[in-house]
Design a binder for this molecule. Structure first.
Ligand code: FES
Ligand code: FES
Length: 160
């Protein structure tokens, strides 16, 4: 890779990773194939489906549309940061309780868009939820239950 790669430090989920990056690699590729963080999914690979959504400095982005070299020192947050099966965070609990997914392929992206929305607006209206999730597609057409899940997450977060 000489001439086409650089050593960089990526800040992901509160940890620093020193990694040699091919200049052509997307952030999604690095997360999934170099750092083994496979929560973000490769759906369309062209910025249309939102399955690859992660947060960059708290804002949702399509990680398939950003070169890893462009990230710099900014903090990347992936779905792995939310919680695990023994310690689900309120958004994950709500998606489980409200059946906010079918095949689940889109779910990590929806979870991250929902996190960004609820972090900035803890009590969103249905219209605001729809707007917050506008970049995420669900091929199983679970939109109704996904919206209910975000509403439930807002309720759970208000209680905690
Ligand atoms: S995989 Fe990135 S938007 Fe579809
Ligand atoms: S649950 Fe299958 S794509 Fe959304």
């Amino acid at each position: 890779m000489a001439g086409f790669s650089s050593m960089v430090t990526l800040n992901v989920n509160g940890s620093s990773f020193d990694i040699e990056i091919d200049h052509r690699w997307t952030l999604l590729h690095v997360l999934r194939d170099e750092l083994d963080l496979t929560g973000a999914k490769r759906g369309c690979d062209r910025g249309e489906c939102g399955a690859c959504t992660v947060l960059l400095e708290g804002k949702p982005i399509c990680s398939c549309q950003m070169l890893a070299m462009q990230v710099g020192e900014r903090e990347v947050t992936t779905v792995e940061s939310l919680g695990d099966s023994s310690n689900l965070n309120p958004i994950q609990q709500a998606f489980l309780a409200r059946d906010g997914g079918q095949c689940g392929f889109c779910t990590p992206g929806f979870l991250m868009s929902a996190k960004a929305l609820l972090d900035s607006n803890p009590s969103p209206s249905e219209a605001e939820i729809r707007q917050g999730l506008v970049g995420n597609l669900c091929r199983c057409n679970a939109y109704g239950r996904i919206i209910e899940s975000v509403q439930e997450a807002a309720r759970l977060m208000a209680k905690s």
